[in-house]
Design a protein around this ligand. Structure first.
Ligand code: B12
Ligand code: SF4
Length: 467
């Protein structure tokens, strides 16, 4: 299944707990923790794995800790993006106190880039650096057989003084060799207490068919994390997962979370052809330079009801400074195609670009008025770990970073980074001005990623399709 690992399987199954610590990214916003589900799928081939997810369970910390003690887990692993990290550290402190015998390991984008910060909490034993499937399985084999973990590629370890050091990078895995994500381990009950169907089951339609993006935008962590290497699962795997979700959970609305779902024409067309008879609806992300009329029509015919594009800014100089490699003519062309074909389209925008001026913000405003997206989502630029903005120090050189307290990175309700020619007040004013171009429906804007509301609105035959 995976490339050969440096140690043989253990002769016992470990008890492994994988945790999504929360908090919720925005009120009511939930998404399957796809990294943990992928990790659990390979790990359970050798160990007993359970997933706990605060976002879905809202567990009481005391009950959660008591369960860890009662179940006597050997390993507790937490995932974390930057906006979750304060909650992850809080939980880890409690876990270490409640069950010091358990090995604690972190993974995900934040600890991969901020290992020293994580080790300095005193509650993190090991960190998985980057893609987890092969690294975690190999780590468990080596550590629990008393082997030398410095030989395990893809790890952050700490020396006797507590200083973080990394083992060599691990080769990325062949996605066609991985089992489907372990959705069945999600702690979501099929029905509510009153016996009615649990609406959270709709989230089971969150899927990821590829990893990586070939572009290199300064504000994105994907290029470093996935090394600009775009890998797809096979179309058999993609369609099989769709069918399985439909059959098991009765869900026919899918959110495809790949960085650029349209990157491979052959894979895309085969997928479209094969899902057409399944009568699903789906949303996805793409780049305008990875889209054209033929792709759009095929996608529409196969059930695509929304595509979101990183439009980012209406000023080409800004796009160039930040390595977006995107031309406004192409943006205009693709949005016109969407409006012609009546496929809803979302423009993802950022306020507070490097070098942004009021004039450049006006350009963005004018662009949105011209291209008429179904709606525009507008966020503040933030120097997330893993982005060039953070690790190359670009943010600090080109403006002021108002806070490095990761808690402030959760809700995105105020500016975090302010470029030289702007002020926080101007950024708020322009964010609201751009947002005001949206239809006045906050429900749609808040739940863009997961809302079946949107799909119902945009696909008039939705009820019929899913009946
Ligand atoms: C889907 C997604 C979301 C979803 C939810 C994700 C979730 N499941 O909870 C939503 C839409 C909510 C979301 C929101 C945001 N996201 Co987001 N998101 C993604 C996306 C596209 C995919 C995540 C994913 O599932 N990856 C696939 C899995 C396989 O990878 P993974 O989770 O990293 O897991 C692997 C390894 O990390 C490791 N691993 C992970 N956990 C663990 C744990 C252990 C114990 C071990 C051993 C290993 C391990 O093994 C896994 C399998 O290989 C990524 C980009 C990307 N392509 O990864 C951005 C990304 C993670 N998001 C990002 C950002 C910035 C955000 C936002 C802050 C955006 C914003 N500006 O508002 C918001 C959140 C806050 C808010 N206010 O809303 C950044 C993260 C940067 C950072 N340093 O944290 C990314 C990298 C994109 C980017 N532009 O740079 N996001
Ligand atoms: S912002 Fe989008 S296009 Fe740019 S590197 Fe990230 S995923 Fe790729």
């Amino acid at each position: 299944m995976l490339p050969e690992l440096i140690a043989p399987p253990l002769d016992k199954r470990l008890k492994v707990l994988l945790v999504n610590p929360g908090p919720e990214p925005a009120p009511g916003d939930r998404n399957l923790p796809m990294g943990l589900l992928a990790l659990a799928a390979t790990t359970r081939t050798e160990h007993d794995v359970r997933i706990r997810d605060w976002i879905y369970e809202r567990f009481d910390d005391e009950e959660f800790l008591q369960d860890i003690v009662d179940e006597e887990y050997d390993v507790v692993g937490l995932t974390s993006m930057t906006w979750q990290i304060h909650r992850a550290y809080e939980l880890l402190e409690k876990i270490k106190k409640a069950r010091p015998e358990a090995v604690t390991i972190m993974g995900g984008i934040h600890p991969s880039y901020m290992p020293q910060e994580a080790f300095d909490t005193g509650n993190v034993d090991f960190i998985c650096n980057g893609e987890g499937e092969a690294t975690f399985l190999e780590f468990l084999r080596v550590h629990f057989s008393g082997g030398d973990v410095t030989q395990v590629k893809g790890m952050w370890l700490k020396d006797e003084t507590g200083k973080a050091f990394q083992t060599p990078k691990r080769e990325l895995v062949d996605l066609s060799k991985l089992p489907p994500p372990a959705r069945d381990l999600m702690p979501i009950k099929p029905t509510l207490d009153d016996g009615s169907p649990n609406p959270e089951f709709n989230d089971m339609g969150g899927v990821m068919f590829s990893r990586g993006c070939s572009a290199n935008c300064d504000f994105c962590a994907s290029p470093t994390f996935w090394r600009r290497n775009v890998r797809f699962r096979t179309v058999d795997q993609m369609v099989g997962e769709v069918e399985d979700i439909q059959k098991t959970y009765g869900v026919s609305a899918f959110g495809i979370h790949d960085d650029i779902f349209t990157a491979n024409r052959k894979v895309l067309y085969e997928f479209c052809e094969r899902v057409k008879p399944l009568r699903i609806t789906y949303t996805c992300l793409a780049r305008v330079d990875q889209m054209d009329h033929e792709k759009l029509v095929k996608m529409k015919e196969s059930g695509c009801v929304l595509i979101s594009y990183g439009v980012e800014s209406g000023n080409e100089d800004i796009l160039e400074i930040e390595n977006k490699n995107q031309k406004l003519d192409k943006v205009k062309k693709i949005f016109a195609l969407h409006n012609e074909e009546k496929v809803p389209v979302c423009a993802l925008l950022i306020v507070g670009h490097i070098g942004e001026t009021v004039g450049a913000l006006q350009d963005t405003y004018d662009l949105i008025k011209e291209i008429k997206p179904t709606w525009a989502l507008c966020q503040f630029m933030s120097p997330y770990p893993g982005t060039a903005l953070h690790f190359n120090g670009i943010a600090s050189r080109t403006g002021e970073v108002l806070t490095w307290d990761w808690k402030d990175y959760v809700h995105q309700d105020k500016p975090i980074y302010v470029p030289k020619d702007l002020t926080p007040e101007l950024m708020l004013e322009w964010r609201d001005k751009i947002r005001s171009l949206n239809p006045p429906n906050p429900e749609v804007i808040l739940n863009e990623w997961t809302s079946t509301y949107l799909w119902k609105q945009s696909a008039p035959d939705y009820e019929e399709k899913t009946a």
